[in-house]
Design a binder for this molecule. Structure first.
Ligand code: KG4
Ligand code: ZN
Length: 358
């Protein structure tokens, strides 16, 4: 079974060809970073227009790299949300067009499900149920993955996602975008104990996250510098920040594992997915955490952690394999929680504002 995956939910235009034997025949990712850089963040309208301009070419390149033809396809999987709505529409409509023209089934994939199942693409041994730490630019949650389409959220962030915190911290330190890789580079061989930063929610029960206080504390540290930032201070602040994030994730992770093991004594894997799972310090700490708790850590390779279309193709393969085909009425969705039944985290909405649902 050969499936074309299409991913356009944010600022990467991506296409991939993957088989049900877990062969990644092509995995093309075109980043729009340069187009958004002058604005200091992602501009949704520019993202959508850029996807329109480049998606055809990215698909053609993936086809060529895989040595495949549209007639070879057994299915198309396109991200249908959550994400920037204009951006999602481009990929989903293109996926529908390919499916309709070539008479193959369509899978309208939840981008988060792509991340959630990505470790099963790289690890054939990974069995349900598993505990998932989904850490990306827009999401930071612990979920139990009971099966394809079967997710239970155990905890989530009450404010910023971890990747968002990395991005904001990097901006503050003048390290550029995306912040995660920039902070990781700057933090290498630097002193992560030099600056005392808070560990929000550490020691509290449950496995929700909060990162906005950490970001504000970093801002105060920068403002308090008498002679401003220099390279050593910048690197030590980056290392201290990364250390604080990792401490929080491990503390929350311990509680999540306890909950998971109570719910699923048969579960034996902790999976980390999403862009922030590319962080090597976090990976190392998660590996220790998993081992201490009798679990095995599964983390996809870096190319499958950050946004890509191979994980979307794989989620499509898993869904189509179970007969979960979508029709051409599938709608693009800006918001689409993996666990639609999850209650909002504590504290969200208390100010009268509507909090994030996922
Ligand atoms: O999964 P992803 O590519 O896109 C979303 O669905 O959000 O994640 C992007 C996020 C960005 O916030 C980026 O700063 C972060 O992942 N990231 C990292 C690293 N690489 C990417 N964060 C920490 N360390 C990294 N090495
Ligand atoms: Zn993502």
């Amino acid at each position: 079974m050969l499936v074309l995956g299409i991913e356009t939910s944010c600022d990467e235009t991506a296409a991939a060809l993957v088989t049900d034997k877990r062969e990644i025949c092509a995995n093309v990712v075109l980043s729009q970073l340069d187009e958004h850089a002058p604005y200091g963040g992602i501009v949704p309208e520019i993202a959508a227009r850029s996807h329109i301009e480049h998606l055809d070419g990215v698909i053609a390149r993936a086809m060529k790299e895989a040595g495949a033809d549209f007639n070879d396809l057994d299915g198309v999987a396109a991200t249908a949300g959550p994400g920037l709505i204009g951006a999602v529409m481009v990929g989903l409509m293109t996926g529908k067009a390919v499916a309709a023209v070539h008479g193959v089934p369509l899978a309208a994939v939840n981008h988060l499900e792509g991340h959630a199942l990505s470790a099963r693409l790289s690890d054939a041994e990974l069995r349900f149920p598993y505990l998932l730490l989904l850490v990306s630019g827009g999401h930071c949650q612990f979920l139990t993955v009971k099966g394809v389409g079967r997710y239970q959220r155990l905890g989530t962030t009450i404010d910023d996602a971890a990747g968002e915190a990395f991005d904001k911290a990097a901006k503050l330190l003048g390290l550029g975008y995306p912040g995660g890789p920039a902070i990781e580079r700057a933090a290498q061989d630097s002193d992560g104990a030099r600056y005392d930063l808070p560990r929000p929610l550490k020691g509290r029960k449950g496995c929700d996250f909060s990162f906005s206080g950490l970001k504000t504390a970093l801002l105060h540290k920068v403002r308090a510098l008498e002679n401003g930032l220099d390279d050593v201070i910048r690197s030590d602040l980056a290392a201290s920040f990364q250390q604080a994030v990792a401490d929080v994730v491990i503390d929350r992770g311990q509680n999540a594992i306890r909950q998971f093991q109570a719910l699923h004594p048969d579960g034996c894997s902790l999976v980390a997915a999403g862009g922030v799972a590319a962080n090597s310090m976090l990976r190392a700490r998660l590996k220790n955490l998993a081992t201490e708790n009798g679990l095995t850590l599964a983390v996809p390779p870096l190319t499958l952690c950050t946004d890509n279309a191979a994980m979307i193709a794989w989620a499509g393969i898993e869904r189509l394999g179970l007969g979960l085909e979508d029709n051409l009425n599938a709608v693009p969705r800006a918001r689409w929680p993996l666990d639609g039944d999850a209650l909002p985290p504590p504290g969200v909405g208390k100010s009268g504002k509507l909090g994030p649902k996922a």
